[in-house]
Design a protein around this ligand. Structure first.
Ligand code: 5GP
Ligand code: ZN
Length: 140
């Protein structure tokens, strides 16, 4: 999967602000931040859809998603957080490498967040650093 941007990120051929990694998956800041602290979690293997995951890969993805979600909450103070994936070519995906979106939606008082603006690499890096610190301070 030479051309897959997420495989290129995994090979360190394309930039990404890394949030989390283990032997099965990684998480990094989405280049588009409709709300701050939006993160993508991906398997290290080029798997296209949810249905192609093995049980072990699914468990690893869910574990990573849960840990990163806790860190996003600790750092951003968000309440609502959407966890979703778009499946397959008919979903109009830009990248056909399975990815779980973690999108914080609401402040702790229930106010919806909406922040559609360009985000610089420096901003992505500083959000990623804050999340990595929170992950390092967690007990899992
Ligand atoms: P989907 O295709 O499921 O809507 O989402 C693809 C996601 O990957 C989008 O949220 C898009 O912003 C993100 N994305 C696409 N290209 C890159 C990239 O080069 N780097 C990063 N960090 N995210 C990307
Ligand atoms: Zn890929």
């Amino acid at each position: 999967m030479e051309q897959c941007i997420f495989c290129r990120i995994l090979r360190h051929e394309a930039p990404a602000s890394l949030v989390y990694e283990d032997n099965q998956c990684i998480a990094f800041m989405d280049i588009n931040q409709p709300n701050p602290y939006k993160v993508l979690v991906i398997p290290r293997e080029h798997i296209e859809t949810l249905f192609d995951l093995t049980d072990a890969q699914g468990e690893a993805m869910m574990r990573a998603t849960l840990r990163v979600a806790r860190a996003i909450r600790a750092v951003s103070g968000c309440d609502g957080l959407n966890v979703f994936q778009n499946n397959g070519i008919t979903a109009g995906q830009e990248v056909l490498h399975f990815h779980i979106h973690l999108l914080p939606r609401f402040a702790s008082d229930g106010t919806p967040w909406r922040n559609p603006r360009p985000t610089s690499r420096d901003e992505l890096d500083s959000m990623a650093t804050a999340l990595r610190v929170a992950l390092a301070n967690s007990d899992d």
